[in-house]
Design a protein around this ligand. Structure first.
Ligand code: FPP
Length: 241
């Protein structure tokens, strides 16, 4: 049975989870943090090597200021509470997204998490924070353009690999499986370049309800898919075999 090496998740539905209970949206995000903790644990136990979580998009700044503050606070809470344990579990944390416009306190916490865990080898937890796929590609294009203008690279020689190596995810294999909870079926500017051949699994459950069983269900669906990478069905890689 083939376990995806890299699973990426769009954690959607915190607000609806709270609204259905007559609670403030923040309550849903708080429960969402507990689901994050459980998902990291499940991923490790199931043999997933890279887990990327979409925690805050570059478009999420448009939410009401209070909700933005709550989401920032929850990321800080998560790192402060769980960093030591994640480190003990030998998990390497990496953050993708535009760090340049983050507040100093968030940035220093994220940097601390990356520094402390950089030599860990059991699993990589990649937190997409202030992340947008188009923004990431635009920043990569600027990096490549700077290399061209410095005479370090010929424009005609730019290959797909150079673009991949200029993205925030440089060195991380592309996701094999992309899960979105809450029944929505959109990519929402997440890992646009990297998800070129990912299998997409859309689950109806809301993110705070995403548990080990839901994770296993997504892996079961993935294992029934036939990944072809542009080849014919008979050449493709049947995952269930
Ligand atoms: C989508 O639900 C979820 C988010 C915008 C944020 C996800 C954040 C967390 C799970 C908590 C913080 C993360 C970490 C890594 C500690 P929504 O608010 O769009 O829900 P809705 O579509 O039902 O309104």
């Amino acid at each position: 049975m083939s376990v995806p090496q890299h699973v990426a998740i769009i954690m959607d539905g915190n607000g609806r989870w709270a609204e259905r209970r007559g609670q403030a949206r923040t309550a849903g995000h708080r429960r969402g943090v507990e689901a994050v903790r459980a998902a990291v644990e499940s991923a490790g136990e199931l043999g997933v090597k890279y887990l990327t979580l979409f925690a805050f998009s570059s478009e999420n700044w448009r939410r009401p200021q209070q909700e933005v503050n709550d989401l920032m606070g929850l990321l800080k809470f998560f790192i402060r509470r769980d960093l030591a344990e994640l480190h003990r579990e030998n998990i390497k944390i990496r953050v993708i997204g535009d760090k340049a416009s983050l507040k100093a306190d968030i940035l220093s916490l994220l940097t601390e998490a990356e520094e402390l865990t950089k030599a860990n080898t059991a699993m990589q937890l990649i937190i997409a924070f202030n992340y947008g796929g188009r923004d990431e590609i635009a920043r990569a294009a600027r990096r490549l353009a700077a290399r061209v203008s410095q005479g370090d690279l010929n424009a005609e020689d730019i290959r797909e690999e150079d673009i991949g190596a200029s993205l925030d995810t440089a060195g991380i294999p592309d996701p094999d499986l992309l899960i979105r909870t809450s029944g929505e079926q959109r990519i929402s500017n997440f890992l646009l370049w990297q998800a070129a051949y990912a299998e997409f699994v859309f689950l109806p459950c809301l993110w705070p309800d995403f548990d080990r069983k839901a994770f296993e269900e997504a892996l079961d669906i993935y294992q029934c898919r036939n990944r072809r990478f542009g080849k014919t069905a008979s050449q493709g890689l049947a995952l269930g075999t």
